[in-house]
Design a binder for this molecule. Structure first.
Ligand code: T4K
Length: 405
């Protein structure tokens, strides 16, 4: 029998194995376990900062907390310029515009839809490139084949904090005079061979959404070492105003507010311990899933330092006999709200799949393969080591693997 997901993308499995009956009518967890439960490390300090902002009567428009947040990020990442924004999507929209991208922009299909929407929303044409399924990041060989006269840029995604093959992408960009930008929404604190996110490409963006390990309720940032690009971003995020309130360019409102900055700053003060807790949780999952046939927990590659915020497993249904989607359904029954980050590839999403003018050179085998296999497991401070053990036991039970205990 061949297993088919709801999108009709088949995954050949010789023999579909029945999922064992649940042990109890009651779910394994009496509360939902989410991916990315927010870190809220020090409420007293947070409320203090919010209270000070309220006392100052200065709530947004480049306030002191936003400036402090930017300074802290500058120190942390080593980027010469950090410009905080209202969210990661607005950061990317402003960045691609400030970088002057036009026409076609090469981007992975395997990403959160915000990456691609940000391009489309700026009137750009996303050209979907495949990924290397091993790393999950852009495949430079495929990118190279997609460059046309209309291409103005490449936007890579540091997926789950894994840094893109920057040297190879830089070579393509330089050869063809293209902009090279990165969506680092997942990648604060990540490094490759001692180079930190914030220093790759012409510019990068971060997200501080509630579900990110460092959150600002909603928030984002543009990071760059290019002073002119930084100046354009700075103007564009604030209606195009330059010095003396003269409008020098088109612009939008992508400003971060003071309350978000209060949260972001407070979280940044605890970044090391949050990262350590993420790493410990990741390690716990690794131990709990060790030896389950057909299940692989993704780990950082050589020379990489990760923030470990996403716990990503791959299910090889040809080995487990249980497709990822059936495992997902079984987990949800137990209140384990794992996520298919990311499925389907953006090129299969209705607005992109239906657009004849979107250049779509199919197939994207690496994208299709990964989109059918990945599952992101619950994470964040609300997920205790005991919870992790039980999640792993549920996975083992559904897949018919022996218990770890
Ligand atoms: N680029 C990439 C590669 C991205 O992954 C993202 C965002 C962006 C760009 C854009 O950045 P932002 O503009 O968002 O700053 C969630 C996040 O909303 C989104 O920020 C994130 N990536 C994406 C990977 O995950 P959804 O659509 O899955 O959100 P939702 O509401 O289904 O929540 C996910 C889980 O988190 C649920 O189980 C509920 C839980 N949750 C959610 C919230 C809001 C909480 O436990 N607490 C909360 O406060 O996108």
């Amino acid at each position: 029998m061949s297993l088919t997901t709801h999108d009709g993308i088949g995954s050949a499995v010789d023999q579909e194995r029945p999922v064992p009956a649940r042990r109890s009518e009651r779910p394994a967890f009496d509360r939902p376990l989410h991916v990315g439960t927010p870190n809220i490390p020090d409420r007293r300090r947070l409320f203090e900062r919010i209270s000070q902002a309220l006392d100052r009567g200065w709530l947004t428009n480049n306030g002191p907390l936003v400036r402090e947040f930017e300074d802290r990020l500058t120190q942390l990442t080593g980027a010469a310029h950090v410009l905080a924004t209202s969210n990661g999507t607005s950061a990317l929209e402003v960045l691609v515009r400030a970088r002057g991208l036009t026409g076609e922009v090469i981007v992975p299909s395997f990403t959160y839809v915000a990456t691609v929407h940000a391009l489309q929303w700026q009137g750009l044409t996303p050209v979907f490139a495949d990924i290397d399924p091993h790393t999950g990041t852009l495949d430079p060989a495929h990118v190279r084949r997609l460059v046309t006269r209309r291409t103005s840029g490449i936007v890579g995604v540091h997926l789950w904090g894994r840094i893109c093959p920057d040297d190879e992408l830089r070579a393509i960009a330089d050869e063809h005079g293209l902009g090279l930008l990165y969506d680092g929404a997942h990648a604060l604190g990540c490094e490759l061979d001692g180079r930190a996110v914030g220093g790759f490409g012409d510019g990068e963006i971060l997200s501080f959404h509630a579900t990110k390990f460092i959150n600002a309720f909603e928030g984002g940032a543009v990071l760059t070492n290019d002073p002119e690009l930084a100046e354009r971003v700075d103007r564009m995020r604030n209606f195009g105003f330059g010095p003396g309130r003269e409008v020098l360019t088109f612009g939008t409102n992508a400003k971060m507010n003071e309350i978000s900055a209060a949260m972001g700053l407070t979280a940044l003060e605890h970044m090391d311990e949050i990262t350590a807790a993420n790493a410990l949780r990741h390690e716990h999952y690794r131990a709990g899933l060790l030896g389950v046939p057909g299940v692989r927990l993704r780990a950082p590659g050589p020379g990489e330092r990760s923030n470990h915020q996403y716990v990503v497993i791959e299910i090889d249904a040809t080995v487990t006999g249980v497709h990822r989607d059936r495992l997902l359904a079984a987990l949800h029954q137990e209140n384990v709200l794992a996520q298919r980050y990311f499925h389907p590839g953006c090129h299969r999403m209705r607005p992109y799949a239906q657009r004849a003018d979107v250049h779509m050179p199919l197939p994207l085998p690496g994208t299709e393969a990964l989109a059918e296999r990945v599952l992101v497991l619950p994470s964040g401070p609300a997920v205790t080591p005991h919870d992790v053990d039980r999640v792993c036991e549920v996975v083992r039970q559904v897949l018919g693997a022996a218990s770890a205990h």
